[in-house]
Ligand binder design. Sequence first.
Ligand SMILES: [Zn+2]
Length: 495
Amino acid sequence: MIEVRGGWSRWAALVVLAAGCARRPAPPLAGPSSAPVLQTPARVALIAAPVESDWKGLGEEATSLLSQYLRINTTNPPGNEIAAARWLAEVLRREGIESRIFEPAPGKANLYARLAGDGSARPIVLLNHLDVVLASPEFWTVDPFGGVIKDGYIWGRGALDMKGEGIAQLMTMLILKRAKVPLKRDIIFLATADEEIGAGVGAAWIAEQQPDLVRGAEFLLNEGGLTRAKAGGAGVEFYAVGTTEKSPFWLNVTARGTTGHGSRPTPDNPVHRLIRALDRVADWKTPLTVTPSVERSFSDLARIERDTTVRRWFSDIRAALRDSAAVHALTSDIAYNALLRNTISITGLKGSDKTNVIPPVATAAIDVRLLPGQDPAAFLAELVRVIGDTAVTVKPQGPNWPATESSTETEMFRAITEVARERTPNALVTTMMLAGFTDSHYFRRMGIASYGVGPFPLTQADSRGVHGNDERVSIDALRSGVRFYYEVVSRVARQ
Ligand SMILES: [Zn+2]
């Protein structure tokens, strides 16, 4: 295998990590830390939009708020997002911003708040999720729900995914309100439940039950982007903005046959049929496909790629895919492979519970991820052709959606680029397709241009805390990320 090195593989590893966002083992019902106490953080007075000297204090305020927020244990399941929603409502209320809490199920909550603009342009939604994944305290060096501030970092489950970004969005609301920044757009703050379990009563519930809350919005900012800091933390290597995500298309495969005793083999044992069908599926090489956003990412990243061969491939990925050496190298990298084709992972198998009984039915679960622009029905028809056995059926596990893509030719994308380049001259700002998915798809399908933004400059080592142990964000990165968020949003929203 030729090793593919360079800037992009560094974030591509994170993309694959994020692909596992949705399914985690069930945590204990009670968290390891006690209920949070709301303190009043030092509040930076603003009479106008913040100037350079205000940002130190605003960073301290954000640090204090994040530390408190991390003490609210919203491990999902059960989530208990209501506690986090009430805390956010209180922080907003003190600032004179009214919010609404929806409780779609006991203990579950979605919070909605809105700053009014003059209505001359369409709203911006700031979307964040309240829940976090399980933390196993025995593997952490601090209490994951202690809100610990130590060694220049704020530690805790959710610091990166995504209570830290939630605080950057919250601070953006507080600063705009406090400084009385005149707005042409409404700013909608939406904090939701159940992102980490991939369904439930969070963003899906908003999209189905309360779509009017966000109707007419032009832009949405959410998790799903990345600011990659150079190793050692000296500056930014690139900014990657999430413009699209692959679409999960989870399937059940069922083989039927004749039941019987294991001592007298039947010719149509469904387990045998299933294994043969899955063998064909596992061998199937789905076609390589270059989507516009992936093409752009590769050609952008060619600019910072040091290996001359890889740089040539990246600069014209379509040409590279006609070269067998390049195809072998690129598809041997699991992150690149996932960006260049629909992928299939066989993940579940079930036959008989008893070793001596041939079951009437054998089943498998398959995790398929489709690229933007792919037709699920056409993919399914192709898969059935590959299986080639009428005794084996394939059915989607639930509803699916086409992967949608948000344009880079928008005021929001330009603002992100401008703000990035003001802090990092000539910064590389590129697009990113997540192999996994966030809640953005609910809103892209409503016609809202939705972008994944990672406001905190993170090294590769920093990113490991996402769904891992010792999740933390540096105070410097938080301060810089709060400012980044505010500058992007105010640039697009102010009159
Ligand atoms: Zn998340």
